[in-house]
Design a protein around this ligand. Sequence first.
Ligand code: GLU
Length: 300
Amino acid sequence: MPYIGRFAPSPTGHLHAGSLITALATWLDARHHNGRWLLRIEDIDPPREVAGASESIINSLRAHQLEWDDTIQFQSQRSPFYEQALQQLREQNKLYACCCTRKQLRAIAETRHTHSYPGTCRDLDLPEGDSALRLRIDSGQVSIVDALAGPIEENVQHTVGDFIIRRRGPLFAYQLAVVVDDALQGITHVVRGADLLDNTARQVILQRALGYPTPAYLHIPLAVQADGRKLSKQTGAKPINNSDALCNLQFAWKFLGQQQPDADLGSVAEFLQFAVPNWRRDRIPATLQPISVAESSSNS
Ligand code: GLU
């Protein structure tokens, strides 16, 4: 079976220990399966973007010799494809404009004791303008088998309801961009952090609506700080130090539960040469619980 994987960072900060773990896992899984590995920069959220972060991530991947195939794709340059997908859904009457404010949604959630969207604007036929657009879900039932988490059953109508695929602004929503790009790039295997597991059912619904195949999924445990917060620029995660590439990779390898080499490996190239054939999915800690990393040990 052909294998096309990808690493799809959002340029919201430098690469840190947590994002390097994901990068390494996706790269190894692809290379172990003789697959291709694509790099996609998910820069569709200008308010969250940090200047220089894309270049910094790309430089760090190079320094760690995680080489990609093809040219790097930037989501900011792919609007026509997202527009086309919206148009396809519009023609099938699967889109509707929503003018609910956050405040209104909060109030509704409090009375209904659920965050799923109750469909307030579903049949109002509001003009689109710059409003948010929601996907009209007919059947929300999804069955996924995650390579680590196992079978997952979810009814998206119950958990989230008709979800937003274009945000007010208008801005393309992550769900739309990721589904369109995974399909157009022919991604067969998605490997990513477990924080995105609960987005997967929505993505499967959208794939179905657009007539796309569903890739195989593997969600790896999320690396968190000792206090349980996700590693990110906001929580003070240190950028990865490119001159400690070998040490950083060994740390990520260990986090991923992989077997330590018998002898010392002296260079990044040697380490990666050892890692590709020795990568074992069944050694990844099989837990949906986040795992804490002592930040310092990734850079020491
Ligand atoms: N861009 C997302 C992130 O950096 C990852 C998207 C994905 O892998 O589906 O969290």
